[in-house]
Design a binder for this molecule. Structure first.
Ligand SMILES: OC[C@@H]1[C@@H](O)[C@H](O)[C@@H](O)c2[nH]c(CCc3ccccc3)c[n+]21
Length: 448
C-alpha cells in the first residue's frame, strides 16, 4: 500500500505562466513595448534570435487554454499582467483594451471554477519607464503604485490573491549585474540600487493594496538552498554569502526591515547606506509568500568569481535538467522548513516548481512521453508533503509551467510545460506529466 499523501483540505493545485513568455501580440490593441520586447529584438541577446512576438499566441488562444486547464482539473492559475499592455507608457494613460484582455481572462477562469492569482510584474517592465531609468529611478515605486492601483481597483475581488513582483533577485542579478536578462546591464553599482527600488516598489504596492484591496497580497521569491562543498572556513563563508545574496536579500527586509550584513561584504563600496524610511516602506506585512523552487546549489569559495566569490560544484550522483539544474527534491523540503523557521511559518504557496527535459518539437500520435518530468513532479510533490508534515503552512502548488513557452533569453529551446506546444501549428498536447499531475489533483495528492 503506498504511503497516504494527504494534503490540507483547502490545498490549491494549479499551474503558472507569465505574460511575455506565452501571450505573443506584444504591441496589439494599443499595448506599449516592454523591455523584453526591446531585448528580444536586439541582435545577439536571444538564443536562435527567438522572441515573444507570437510565443504561445495566448493573447488569441486564451479561451482554449482556460479550457485546457479545466480539462486537467486545475483549481488555480497563476499568470502575470503585462504592465505596458495596461499602461502603454507605464504611467498615466490606461489602455482599455489591455485591461479588457485580463478582465475577460479572469472572468472566464472564474466561470470554470479556477482561482486566478495575478503577478503584477514578471520582468516585462514598460520600455517607456526604462527610458526614465527604470528600476534605477527611485520614482519607480510611485509608478508601480499607480499601476498597482489601476489593477487592484479593476479586478480585486475577482482576483483574491495578488503577487506584486516575481523574483526581484533574478531581475537584479540577471538584468543589472550579469546582464543576461533585460535590460542587460552589467554594473556592480547599479545592481543594489535596482534591487532596493524593486523592494520599495513592492512596499508601495502593498500600501496601495491595504488602501483599496480586500483580499490577499504577497511577494514571489526564488529560493535556492545552498550547501557547502566542504566544511573548510572558505567554503562555509562562501555558502553563507550565496545564501544571503539569493535567499535572504529579499525576505529579511520584508520580515525584519534589515538587509543581511553579507551584502556589504559582497558589494563593498557599491552597497549604499539605505534610509530607514525605505526599510519601513519595504517592511509591509504580507498575507503570503510565493516560493519558486527548482534546484539547490553546492557552493565553494572561488576567488575569481566576481563579485560573490562563489562557484557551484556539479553533483555527479543526481540527474540534471536541460537548464543544468540538479534534480534535488530534498532541497524543496529544506527550503520550506527554512522559511518556516526563519520567518515564523508564514503562509506559503509554491508559486513555481518544474523542470525542462528534452521534449520533441512535435507530439507523436497525440502523445508526448516525459517520464523524467513525471518523476520530477512526483518527487517534489512528496517533498512538499514532507514539509507539510513538518508543520509548514503550505497552502498551494503551481507547476511551472502550464505550457511550453519562451524561456527568456534561452528562447524556445527549453520546454518546461506539462502541455506540449507545437510552435509551428500552436497545437497543444497534454504530456504524460499533465495526465499524471491531473491524477494527483483529482485524488488531492493520494495518487502521488
Ligand atoms: O526558468 C524557468 C522559470 C522561468 O520561466 C520563470 O519565468 C521564472 O519565474 C523562473 N525563475 C526560476 C528560478 C530562478 C532562476 C531564473 C532564471 C535563471 C536562473 C534561476 C525559474 N524560472
Amino acid at each position: 500500500m503506498s504511503k497516504q499523501y494527504r494534503f490540507p483540505e483547502n490545498f490549491l493545485w494549479g499551474s503558472a505562466t507569465a505574460a511575455y513568455q506565452i501571450e505573443g501580440s506584444p504591441l496589439a490593441d494599443g499595448a506599449g513595448p516592454s523591455i523584453w520586447q526591446r531585448f528580444a529584438h536586439t541582435p545577439g541577446r536571444m538564443l536562435n534570435d527567438d522572441n515573444g512576438d507570437v510565443a504561445c499566441d495566448h493573447y488569441n488562444r486564451w479561451r482554449d487554454d482556460v479550457g485546457l486547464m479545466k480539462q486537467l482539473g486545475m483549481q488555480g492559475y497563476r499568470f502575470s499582467v503585462s504592465w505596458s499592455r495596461v499602461m502603454p507608457e507605464g504611467r498615466g494613460r490606461v489602455n482599455p483594451k489591455g485591461l479588457d484582455f485580463y478582465e475577460r481572462l479572469v472572468d472566464t477562469l472564474l466561470e470554470n471554477g479556477i482561482q486566478p492569482t495575478a503577478t503584477l510584474f514578471h520582468w516585462d517592465l514598460p520600455a517607456a519607464l526604462d527610458d526614465r531609468g527604470g528600476w534605477l529611478n527611485p520614482d519607480i515605486a510611485d509608478w508601480f503604485g499607480e499601476y498597482s492601483e489601476v489593477m487592484y481597483k479593476r479586478l480585486d475581488g475577482r482576483i483574491k490573491r495578488w503577487a506584486t513582483l516575481n523574483e526581484p533577485w533574478v531581475v537584479t542579478d540577471g538584468g543589472y549585474l550579469h546582464g543576461a536578462l533585460a535590460p542587460g546591464h552589467r554594473n556592480r553599482f547599479e545592481a543594489p540600487i535596482a534591487s532596493h527600488n524593486l523592494l520599495r516598489a513592492h512596499g508601495k504596492s502593498v500600501q496601495v493594496y491595504r488602501a483599496v484591496g480586500k483580499h490577499e497580497v504577497g511577494l514571489v521569491v526564488n529560493i535556492e538552498p545552498k550547501y557547502p562543498a566542504s566544511q573548510s572556513p572558505e567554503d562555509l563563508a562562501a555558502t553563507r554569502r550565496a545564501e544571503a545574496y539569493m535567499n535572504r536579500q529579499y525576505l529579511d527586509p520584508v520580515f525584519f526591515g534589515t538587509y543581511p550584513e553579507e551584502l556589504r561584504e559582497i558589494f563593498g563600496e557599491a552597497w549604499p547606506e539605505w534610509p530607514q524610511a525605505d526599510m519601513d516602506l519595504i517592511r509591509q506585512p504580507l498575507d503570503f509568500i510565493g516560493v519558486n523552487y527548482y534546484t539547490r546549489n553546492v557552493a565553494r569559495h572561488d576567488e575569481a568569481n566576481w563579485p560573490l566569490k562563489v562557484s557551484p560544484v556539479r553533483q555527479t550522483q543526481h540527474t540534471y535538467t536541460e537548464t543544468g539544474w540538479e534534480v534535488f527534491p530534498q532541497g524543496l523540503t529544506d527550503t520550506l522548513t527554512w522559511v518556516k523557521e526563519r520567518y515564523g511559518n508564514p503562509k506559503v504557496f509554491i508559486t513555481e516548481n518544474g523542470a525542462a527535459f528534452f521534449d520533441p518539437p512535435k507530439a507523436e500520435r497525440g502523445r508526448v512521453r516525459d517520464p523524467l518530468r513525471v518523476s520530477y513532479l512526483r518527487q517534489h510533490l512528496r517533498a512538499v508533503h514532507k514539509a507539510i508534515e513538518a508543520g509548514c503552512d503550505i497552502q498551494g502548488y503551481y507547476v511551472w509551467s502550464l505550457l511550453d513557452n519562451l524561456e527568456w533569453s534561452l528562447g524556445y529551446s527549453k520546454r518546461f510545460g506539462i502541455v506540449h506546444v507545437d510552435f509551428e501549428t500552436q497545437t497543444r498536447t497534454p504530456k504524460d506529466s499533465a495526465r499524471y499531475y491531473a491524477s494527483v489533483v483529482a485524488s488531492h495528492g493520494e495518487a502521488l
